[in-house]
Design a protein. Structure first.
Length: 227
């Protein structure tokens, strides 16, 4: 009798183990589903990792651009003194990096005290408007759609104010419309403001850059860039 009971108990235990294993071990379909889920999960992880790396690369690239922009020399530390439709001046890459120091040295050594002093005063809005009126009195120059504003610059730690004559074209485009336009525009400006510095710049809408060409008064050329 004990032997029969032992056999029955052993049989029950064996059956229980088989049932337990049946529920524990996944079926073939479950194995496939688990494999598919694992593959999808891995793809998601890979995709997220790739997106994160691309985002980090993009941020690094933008940061580098900002650093380069911040370290690029600004034309005599220009600061717009009034609201303007045009940006700060952009120095072309081929202009020497020490151009500001060279301009400052020439200004201090060659401009008289009187010439320097007059630049420390703002140009009245009326005078700026008179420059524009005189420019537009010439038919071909009026077609250039010139703008006039004013910026402040730093020389030897002192602030000077300079009217900007802005042509919203490249020099070559402007020259096709009005020959010798740069000389004529500057002369009109100097007629109104006297012997103080005036600046002539050409705007490149494609790159949104305002490129200086002349910075002069009646007796000196402080800056010239052949565009």
């Amino acid at each position: 009798m004990k032997k029969i009971l032992s056999l029955m108990i052993a049989s029950l235990l064996l059956s229980a183990c088989q049932i337990f294993q049946y529920f524990q071990e996944p079926t073939a379909n479950e194995k496939n589903e688990q494999s598919e889920l694992a593959a999808v999960s891995q793809d998601q992880i890979t995709s997220q990792t790739t997106e994160k790396l691309e985002s980090e690369d993009s941020q690094k690239e933008q940061t580098e651009k900002n650093k380069q922009s911040n370290t690029a020399p600004r034309f005599l530390k220009e600061k717009l003194s009034v609201s303007s439709d045009f940006p700060n001046l952009t120095l072309p890459d081929e202009v020497p990096q020490d151009i500001n120091q060279a301009m400052e040295s020439y200004y201090l050594n060659n401009f008289t005290n009187q010439e320097q002093q007059v630049n420390k005063n703002k140009v009245a809005s009326k005078a700026l408007n008179q420059i524009l009126t005189q420019i537009n009195s010439e038919e071909d120059l009026s077609q250039l759609d010139v703008s006039i504003d004013q910026s402040q610059f730093q020389i030897n730690g002192e602030t000077i104010f300079i009217p900007r004559i802005i042509v919203p074209l490249t020099y070559q485009e402007a020259e096709k419309i009005a020959s010798d336009n740069d000389t004529r525009l500057i002369n009109h400006a100097l007629t109104q403001v006297g012997n103080r510095l005036v600046l002539l710049a050409y705007y490149r809408p494609q790159t949104k850059e305002l490129i200086p060409m002349h910075l002069v008064n009646s007796t000196h050329s402080l800056f010239f860039y052949q565009q």
